[in-house]
Design a binder for this molecule. Structure first.
Ligand code: PGA
Length: 249
């Protein structure tokens, strides 16, 4: 079975409820014919609005983070059951901005990924190296370390339920996307690590993220081991995001 292309819009800390509604209304007619998986990741406050507006379409909704516990004294956090109650289907975990700015650790991710799966939320696990690690020839080492740690609690039979996003930190928000060679090499390596963990690697969707734009999307998305994109800046505009969805074929 070929892997269905997976295109996700990571809005980060952007869009009010009103702006989110406007985006979804502009996007839906533009992607009505697509067979791809299209996922919108709004901030928590706009999740419900996006969920409501996409009912009756194939668009999925993802949160940008969650806590691993179901409930408790964790001020400011949101749990998997809270997301499921809203009809959210997926959750971004381990984005480099959360690792860098909010102290997200591999230990926490090792609990979050299984917690998401247990709640039937599709985890979109982000991994990726810093510029210094790439320059030092440590890209594969970093990817393997993150994958082994973050997926430690996931049974091999469940690995294909995890979507993995390769997001080199130096490419995020810089306008400097990885070259097709770099993206292909890293995504193929990620698939190899999944295979070594005993997962059905050919079923795992591996996305590329980092300065994906309408002009560069087709080339990146045509790569054999790149099954989709996690899009930040270009996903704030419905026309640009629709163009990327279309570029995935
Ligand atoms: P960018 O962000 O497309 O703006 O580089 C990608 C991401 O952080 O997921």
């Amino acid at each position: 079975m070929p892997r269905t292309p997976y295109i996700a819009a990571n809005w980060k800390m952007n869009k009010t409820v009103a702006e989110a509604a406007e985006f979804v209304d502009a996007l839906l007619p533009r992607i009505a014919a697509t067979q791809n998986d299209v996922v919108i990741c709004p901030p928590f406050t706009a999740l419900s609005e996006v969920v409501q507006r996409r009912y009756g379409t194939a668009v999925k909704v993802a949160a940008q983070n969650m806590h691993e516990e179901e409930s408790g004294a964790f001020t400011g956090e949101i749990s998997a059951p809270m997301l499921v109650e809203l009809d959210v289907e997926a959750v971004v975990l381990g984005h480099s901005e959360r690792r860098q700015f909010f102290g997200e650790t591999d230990e926490a991710l090792a609990r979050k990924v299984p917690a998401a799966l247990a709640a039937d939320l599709e985890p979109i696990l982000c991994v990726g190296e810093s510029e210094a690690a790439r320059d030092g020839g440590e890209t594969e080492e970093v990817l393997e370390r993150q994958l082994q740690a973050d997926l430690a609690g996931v049974e091999p039979t469940d690995l294909a339920r995890v979507v993995i996003a390769y997001e080199p930190i130096w490419a995020i928000g810089t306008g400097r996307a990885a070259t097709p060679e770099q993206a292909q090499e890293a995504c193929a390596y990620i698939r190899d690590v999944i295979r070594l963990r005993g997962g059905v690697a050919d079923d795992v969707r591996v996305l590329y993220g980092g300065s994906v734009k309408p002009a560069s999307a087709a080339e990146l998305l045509a790569l054999p081991d790149v099954d989709g994109a996690l899009v930040g800046g270009a996903a704030l505009d419905p026309e640009d995001f629709a163009a990327i969805v279309e570029a995935a074929g």
